[in-house]
Design a protein around this ligand. Structure first.
Ligand code: IPD
Ligand code: CA
Ligand code: CA
Length: 260
């Protein structure tokens, strides 16, 4: 039942995205000059909530635009009604709905749906990950120098040692291709599908990563914070890889790699 609710909730949000895409909708700013929220983000969130609440009125929900709907349930739905809002607002079809479900603090289900390219990623703890119902697995690459990576940049720039541009520059100067899609949930799913060998980002929120992290892990990948330690979606740093390049990418991010 949880799985079917999750799928229907993701489909409901995605239908709203399709309805508004390339049409006219209001756009406003959150903090930061280009941290946008559109009418479609709110409408997608509303449609997702309706599905969840119909089946599980007492479950806790954490969602990007609405914040926390606190209950004392041990189930928490973590919702990003549109991940990749800047892409969405510019008519770029690199955006999706992302929903994770936590039980007793552990992620048990994740769904990421991009209706524009027809990709529905799903994972259930212990049962693997799928793309449109077909099993997926991470890549086999074992060297960062031969990898294709993806990253994202925060809306407000972080000027600090090993900042996003420092790490990016280290990789690019060494000839490593690093892409920037603009949707962390898609970045994670594309690591899970073996399209990218690794992903790192300096400042994510729980709703950006909740579903995608489970999808990477269930596809055989590894996810950690910047120290290489256990990942929590409630802290900002993430490194997600096929597992084989993980320690090496942790070293690059921390400027501890001997060759990069
Ligand atoms: C953003 C995207 C982007 C990442 C940002 C996120 P939003 O989410 O995931 O890839 O770099 O940090 O905030 O605002 O489009 O939901
Ligand atoms: Ca997001
Ligand atoms: Ca969002």
């Amino acid at each position: 039942m949880l799985k079917s609710t999750l799928i229907r909730a993701a489909e409901a949000g995605a239908a709203v995205m399709q309805h508004y895409f390339q049409g006219s909708f209001t756009i406003s700013n959150k903090e930061g000059i280009n941290n946008l929220v559109t009418e479609a983000d709110h409408a997608s969130e509303k449609a997702i909530f309706e599905v969840i609440r119909r089946d599980y009125p007492d479950h806790f929900i954490l969602s990007e635009e609405a914040g926390e709907i606190v209950t004392d349930s041990n189930f928490k739905w973590i919702v990003d009604p549109i991940d990749g809002t800047v892409n969405f607002a510019h008519g770029l079809p690199l955006c999706c709905v992302s929903i994770g479900v936590e039980q007793d603090g552990e992620m048990i289900l994740g769904a990421v749906y991009n209706p524009f390219i027809g990709e529905f990623f799903f994972a259930q703890k212990g049962y693997g990950s799928t793309l449109n119902d077909k099993k997926i697995a991470v890549s086999n690459e074992s060297s960062v120098l031969k990898s294709c990576l993806v990253t994202g940049f925060p809306y407000s720039y972080l000027d600090q040692p090993n900042s996003p541009l420092d790490v990016f520059s280290r990789l690019i100067r060494s000839g490593v291709p690093v892409r920037r899609l603009g949707s962390a949930a898609m970045d994670l799913c594309w690591v899970a599908a073996g399209r990218f060998d690794g992903f790192y980002e300096h400042k994510l929120q729980a709703w950006d990563s909740a579903a995608g992290v489970l999808i990477v892990e269930e596809a055989g990948g590894r996810v950690s914070d910047f120290t290489g330690g256990r990942y929590s979606p409630y802290q900002p740093h993430i490194i997600a890889t096929n597992g084989k390049i993980h320690d090496e990418l942790v070293a690059v991010v921390n400027d501890k790699h001997p060759g990069l």
